[in-house]
Design a protein around this ligand. Structure first.
Ligand code: ASP
Length: 319
């Protein structure tokens, strides 16, 4: 049983093992490690699970290699539209934003929605007005510009396709640029759970498409009675399968363990409907589950003062 613990993900879309190389691996692992340390700092000094998941996600949003904040993918019109959500397990408080273009850290805007409004989900220009009124840091479009992502978008811009970031593989991809959505779940010393997720969504998305990330119960959920969850993968399937809430329900109503519930939803239910991806989850004992049905998932965790463990494929990586 852990007093505090935290898990993070950097997306279920990873480079195929055959395309992964050492320098690239170092970048991902560094990004994961920094995020774990940001969360650990908060939990160790007695901070809350909410503060810890926000700190971890901010760190991942600032890291260019992941598809969130700075590293967000391009939409069909060449912009960046980001979604984020935060939820607390103690009282089911939640805040989320969808389709915001200007914030460095959309997760902080989601936190402000939770803390300062009576709403749960704000979207588009009005959400941006809300964020700027509350002093959240903005950035010009070039902050989000990334050569690799731009090429990724150009490769499918003129098609009707919408792709997960890792699904657009360019033969000429620079070896140091590959991305993924981000999230964190934590248990704090007070016994509370929290979940946070942030994403640039899917490459070439259009018409204001919003994925599962900011939908409470689909991509993000936390309930002290069961678990806290952050998902990554093809959002439309995660919305239809109400993935995060489904895991929580299996625990609450059917008495499944965290591991059983997560594994059933990701490796059975999602697979049957064609939903590629994974999730990270934590329960009130600090147990962690991180299943995926894709080739890999950037992820990591720690429990109490034990060292960080990070993974890309099946086995732990050296850091
Ligand atoms: N779930 C995200 C979305 O559909 C994408 C991802 O996790 O890679 O917007």
């Amino acid at each position: 049983m852990a007093n505090f613990s935290l898990a993070i993900h950097g997306g279920a879309g990873v480079l195929a093992k055959t395309n992964m190389n050492e320098s690239l691996k170092v970048l991902y692992l560094k990004g994961l490690k920094e995020a774990l340390e940001a969360g650990r700092l908060v939990l160790k000094r007695g901070g809350t699970a909410t503060e810890a998941v926000v700190a971890a996600v901010v760190s991942l949003e600032n890291c260019e290699v992941f598809n969130a904040g700075r590293g967000s993918v391009f939409t069909h019109t060449g912009t960046h539209e980001m979604d984020a959500a935060l939820m607390e397990g103690e009282n089911l408080s939640a805040g989320a934003v969808a389709g915001v273009r200007i914030f460095k850290n959309p997760i902080k805007v989601a936190a402000a929605v939770m803390e300062k409004t009576e709403h749960v989900l704000l979207c588009g220009p009005e959400a941006e007005n809300f964020g700027t009124e509350h002093g959240l840091e903005t950035a010009k479009p070039d902050y989000f510009f990334n050569e690799f992502r731009h090429k990724q978008w150009l490769a499918i811009r003129d098609t009707n396709q919408t792709k997960l970031d890792h699904a657009v593989v360019l033969p000429s991809s620079p070896p140091d640029k590959k991305f993924g959505t981000v999230g964190a779940v934590a248990l704090d010393v007070f016994g509370n759970l929290a979940a946070a997720t942030s994403t640039g969504g899917m490459t070439n998305k259009r018409y204001g498409r919003v994925g599962d990330t900011p939908i409470i119960g689909a991509g993000t959920y936390a309930n002290n009675k069961t678990c806290a969850i952050s998902c990554t993968g093809h959002g439309e399937f995660f919305i239809k399968a109400v993935v995060a809430y489904d895991v929580s329900c299996l625990m609450e109503y059917r008495g499944l363990s965290l591991e059983e519930a997560c594994s059933y939803v990701v490796k059975d239910k999602l697979v049957k409907i064609g939903g590629e991806g994974g999730l990270i989850a934590i329960d009130k004992s600090g147990r962690i589950s991180m299943p995926f049905n894709s080739e890999g998932m950037y992820r990591g965790f720690f429990q109490n003062d034990e060292p960080n463990q990070v993974f890309i494929y099946e086995n732990a990586e050296e850091i």
